[in-house]
Design a protein around this ligand. Structure first.
Ligand code: ADP
Ligand code: MG
Length: 625
């Protein structure tokens, strides 16, 4: 028997693994099973070119045997096996798959993360076992070998009789301590669930001896235990199956099984890509908003598999934030099993997949919008807000992806409409897409600022979500039509009476100046209104920040006290204006009273509170008396 030392790096890594406080120790089984599966793959590929070798499917499997009495867990495979040199090279130094190729870049002390993010392959066995024994016979040599290690001290290697080609890994499971339970790794039900979770779609059967109970022969009530071999994994993943073989129900079942959600998804998307990057994906558009969706707690991401082996539960890089509601998985043979999170971010393949997926989701949503409006609206009611956030957050960069998917409530159609539909209905003389922002459709429907536009028969989009106006500001225009707020200073409507109006404005210039002085700290200007028909006053804004935006910003945690530049517009055709003029000429006090009252009314119409409610109430009393 030869006694050998591990190479220095391996020693350090082993030390980390053994002493790790990593919480998902269960992944050791995933690692061992995928090694076993890789080893069988090797025979399979060899058989493709080697005529002397037959690959009979039934001969190739992985077997798990747990023995509580001597605390051993065995992982047996009928794969290609390892020669003596291979045992030393492959298990004596850090795996070649790149696991520690990044070790220079990372803090090796930070073992917690290394395991979580890289996976440490074969060495992960030491997280749960004191002693690891590997008995292997290679397809290429007639002799079997036994490799054994208790950890950092080194390993032994010796010749060993083994009948069949393949590998058997024996873990002597650690004793449980107060803080750590290791017994679970000897429990059938636990092993079964780990296998199901991580390795369900391994191509070869993963068999396990399962204890079952049956009536004793000849007895009516006495039971006896017996052992039966069961295949635990389902092997062929649904995403590898042909779409034609699958029913809607299969997809829904998969959605439930995977616990993507408890609702019935609105739509599934099954992708089998075979181009620049090969991958399969099954994606779902859920119907309902997850309860924590619009909170910081919600984590977006898709499950990521590499050749059927789960490598990440929530790979966030696969979907953009604005599609964060998408659930599902991606499996690609072009990704390595032990790729780290950091590496993934820069992975070219992954980026390609992410781009593909993004485009696909977009086109599926567009199709849904065209083909099944009701369903789309259902979707939009749940997740439309996220799309609008997407437009806003990326400074309109996602315009092309998102703008056609947006919908807003229409003053004319009394339902959600797309921007495209709006444009198609625009009047010939209409230059802009008009919108009104406020609390509810009902309130917006009676907003004074819309009077002129409604009279002209222009459609108005009602924006009732916080994010709406911000999003449209980012878009700026749709198909070359600019957005205009009904409360903006310029509605962009050519007016034949423009000249007269100006002349007339002059006659009241001083009156407006006086009003402005009275309201000096509250409004930037007081002006004649063209947009009002039956209402006496309204507030509009100059500049980029609207009154609605001011409201939204004022409740933000990092309240930046951004204010809209407000302008009070007065309707000179309203009877109240005569009273105002009269007071202006004859009674200074009364003029001030009227001015303040009109301003306060304008505030109330906007859904803002009056600055001094007591004063306002007293002012009304004065009027009544
Ligand atoms: P990786 O699988 O990423 O290469 P591991 O640490 O999991 O890294 O395994 C190291 C190497 O040991 C493998 O690449 C393989 O060559 C060899 N190996 C591990 N387990 C087996 C097995 N069951 N059968 C044959 N070879 C194996
Ligand atoms: Mg491995």
């Amino acid at each position: 028997m030869e006694i050998k030392e591990f190479k220095a790096e391996s020693k350090r890594l082993l030390d980390l693994v053994i002493n790790s406080i990593y919480t998902h120790k269960e992944i050791f089984l995933r690692e061992l099973i995928s090694n076993a599966s890789d080893a069988i793959d090797k025979i399979y590929y060899r058989a493709l070119t080697d005529e002397t070798l037959q690959f009979n499917k039934d001969d190739y499997y992985i077997k798990i045997i747990a023995d509580k009495d001597d605390r051993t867990l065995r992982v047996i495979d009928t794969g290609i096996g390892m020669t003596k040199d291979e045992l030393e090279d492959n298990l004596g130094i850090i795996a070649k798959s790149g696991t520690l190729a990044f070790k220079e870049e990372i803090e090796i002390e930070d073992g917690y993360d290394i395991i979580g993010q890289f996976g440490v392959g074969f060495y992960s066995a030491f997280m749960v076992a004191d002693t690891v024994t590997v008995i292997s016979k290679s397809l290429d040599s007639g002799q079997g070998y036994r490799w054994e290690s208790k950890g950092v001290d080194g390993y032994t290697i010796e010749e060993w009789d083994k009948d069949t080609v393949g590998t058997e890994i024996i873990l002597k499971i650690k004793e449980s301590t107060e803080d750590e339970d290791y017994d679970e790794f000897l429990e059938e039900y636990r092993l079964r669930s780990i296998i199901k979770k991580y390795s369900d779609f391994i191509r070869y059967p993963i068999k396990m001896d399962v204890t079952k109970s049956r009536l004793k022969e000849g007895s009516k009530e006495e039971y006896e235990d017996y052992i039966e071999e069961e295949t635990i994994n389902s092997m062929v993943p649904i995403w590898r199956k042909n779409k034609n073989e699958l029913t809607e129900e299969d997809y829904t079942n998969f959605y439930f099984e995977k616990r993507y959600g408890f609702d019935k998804p609105i739509k599934h998307i099954h992708i089998s890509a075979d181009g620049a990057v090969r991958y399969n994906a099954i994606l779902f558009i859920p119907e309902q908003i997850p309860f924590n969706y619009y909170t910081a707690e919600y984590e977006k991401g898709l499950e990521l598999y590499s050749s059927g082996v789960l490598i990440m539960n929530k790979c966030a890089d696969l979907i953009p934030d604005y599609f964060s509601f998408i659930k599902g998985m991606v499996d690609s043979e072009d990704l390595s099993l032990n790729i780290s999170r950091e590496m993934l971010q820069h992975d070219r393949q992954l980026k390609l997949i992410a781009r593909n997926i993004k485009n696909r989701i977009k086109s599926e949503l567009s199709n849904l919008l065209k083909a099944d409006r009701d369903k789309y609206e259902k979707f939009y009611n749940s997740f439309g807000r996220q799309l609008k956030y997407g437009v806003y957050r990326d400074f309109g960069n996602n315009k092309d992806v998102l703008q056609d998917l947006l919908m807003f409530y229409s003053s004319k159609e009394k339902k959600l409409v797309t921007l495209d539909e709006y444009i198609l209905r625009m009047k010939e003389e209409q230059k802009y897409i008009y919108y009104a922002a406020g609390e509810s459709n009902e309130r917006l429907a009676v907003l004074p600022q819309t009077e002129l536009l409604s009279e002209k028969g222009f459609e108005i989009l009602y924006l009732t979500d916080d994010v709406d106006e911000f999003a449209l500001k980012m878009l700026n225009s749709y198909k070359e039509k600019e957005f205009r707020s009904v409360s903006g200073s310029d509605l962009g409507i050519e007016d034949k009476e423009d000249k007269d109006e100006n002349a007339e404005k002059d006659t009241n210039k001083e009156l407006f100046e006086k009003m402005k002085t009275i309201l000096s700290d509250k409004v930037k200007d007081v002006r004649t209104s063209k947009r009002l028909k039956s209402h006496p006053v309204c507030l509009i804004n100059e500049g980029e920040i609207s009154i609605e935006m001011e409201k939204v910003l004022s409740v933000m945690p990092d309240n930046q006290k951004i204010k809209a530049e407000k302008v009070l517009e007065v309707n000179k055709n309203h009877e109240v204006f005569k009273a105002l003029e009269d007071a202006y000429k004859n009674d200074e006090d009364r003029f001030e009273l009227f001015t303040k009252l009109l301003y306060n009314q304008a505030l109330l119409i906007e859904g803002l509170s009056v600055n001094n409610p007591v004063e306002f109430s007293n002012d009304i009393c004065r009027l009544m008396i």
